[in-house]
Design a protein around this ligand. Structure first.
Ligand SMILES: Nc1c(/N=C/[C@@H](O)[C@H](O)[C@H](O)COP(=O)(O)O)[nH]c(=O)[nH]c1=O
Ligand SMILES: [Zn+2]
Length: 363
């Protein structure tokens, strides 16, 4: 690995630590190097706060003069909530800029680099580009589609069951796998379940990691507003709860739920709920990533709508059996193999006695 890749990898690792918390902004890392010494480094931590380059240049101070800056994403050139980083890099006296990848937004792609070159700064691009792009697949997806990046998560036994025929499901997977679920909840803006899961499991859907973690917005697909009012999602105000219903729901009943300040009943314009409509609604409300935690009927609806960007499947070495025991994808299903969603397995890891498979649909 050459020098540029070494420093770029440091910048990428810093950005990796912030995945999920910078939403709706991308995760970005920056390193400033002068005469072979790191004199500044930083990552964008939260939307509206300083960008990675600003943190790194603030730390470098006068050492930025004649130095090289490594950034995982093209420096911004437009006035967002903070002044453009490209101008700041020029003012700081940077001599050379190494940029992993261009801004995905077609309106601004290449502008930041152009500004740097016009100021006489040597610019090198595409260093560890693929790794840098992987950092922000959610951000790229949302920028180009304006609907949330969807992770479909399920947990099943070796024989593909998510619960016994009598509905028992606690727990299929062990402690380590369940803790891993919370890491992924932290990374997503919102988590979504169907009302049957709410009735059956009374879930909290919060992020419970040893050191805290960000709670996603909790979303329930509930056509007829059957969510029990005494369920934790309504009673515990630790995260917003949005209940999405069809338009045949009694107004007085809705008010009982809206009386809870963290609860919002959102009524669609049709009697039934179409996944495409939910996705556009969530996109308009700024949800860039959605963790769909089932159950089987909701999962099937997302798969048939072709609205899944990543599947996370936990498999526990247990066997449940039973003709009526539910599987991760229920509902209508597809009717011919050629319609089956085909995916590429990207990662298989052991977690305690279980395994976690991360797969992505083939385009
Ligand atoms: N049954 C299982 C799961 N079940 C997942 C959902 O059905 C649960 O309602 C949801 O995770 C509960 O969320 P909580 O209240 O915030 O803990 N998910 C898992 O990974 N392993 C399982 O064995
Ligand atoms: Zn910037």
């Amino acid at each position: 690995m050459n020098q540029d890749e070494r420093y770029m990898r440091t910048a990428i690792e810093m950005a990796q630590a912030t995945i999920g918390q910078t939403s709706p902004n991308p995760s970005v890392g920056a390193v400033v190097v002068k005469d072979g010494e790191v004199v500044g480094m930083g990552a964008h931590l939260k939307a509206g706060h300083a960008h990675a380059e600003v943190h790194a240049l603030d730390m470098a101070g006068r050492d930025a003069e004649g130095a090289t800056i490594y950034v995982t994403l093209e420096p911004c050139s437009h006035h967002g909530r903070t002044p453009p980083c490209a101008d700041r890099i020029v003012e700081a006296g940077i001599k050379r800029a190494v940029v992993a990848t261009l801004d995905p937004n077609p309106q601004v792609a290449g502008r930041g680099i152009k500004k740097l070159r016009e100021a006489g700064i040597e610019v090198v691009t595409d260093v560890l580009k693929e790794e840098a792009d992987n950092l922000n697949e959610v951000f790229y997806h949302f920028i180009s589609t304006k609907i949330p990046y969807v992770t479909l998560k399920s947990a099943m036994t070796l024989d593909g069951k998510i619960a016994t025929a009598t509905g028992e499901s606690k727990w299929i997977t062990g402690e380590e796998a369940r803790a891993d679920v919370h890491k992924d909840r932290h990374k997503h803006d919102a988590i979504l379940v169907g009302v049957n899961t709410v009735i059956k499991d009374q879930p909290r859907l919060t992020t419970r990691l040893p050191d805290g973690g960000k709670n996603p917005i909790r979303i329930v697909l509930d056509t007829h507003l059957r969510t029990p009012i005494e369920t934790p999602l309504i009673q515990d105000p630790e995260a917003p709860t949005w209940i999405i219903t069809g338009n045949q729901v009694d107004q007085v009943k809705k008010e009982a739920y809206n009386a809870y300040s963290h609860v919002e009943v959102i009524t669609m314009t049709s009697p039934t709920i179409a996944i495409e409509d939910v996705m556009h609604l969530l996109g308009e409300k700024g949800v860039t990533s959605l963790y769909v935690e089932g159950g089987a009927t909701v999962n099937d609806a997302f798969v048939r709508a072709g609205m899944v960007q990543q599947m996370i499947t936990y498999i526990a070495p247990k066997v449940i059996g039973g003709h009526d025991a539910p599987t991760p994808i229920g509902g209508q299903g597809i009717h011919s193999l050629e319609e089956a969603m085909s995916l590429k397995i990207e990662e298989v890891i052991h977690l305690g006695n279980d395994i976690k498979i991360v797969s992505k649909p083939n385009q």
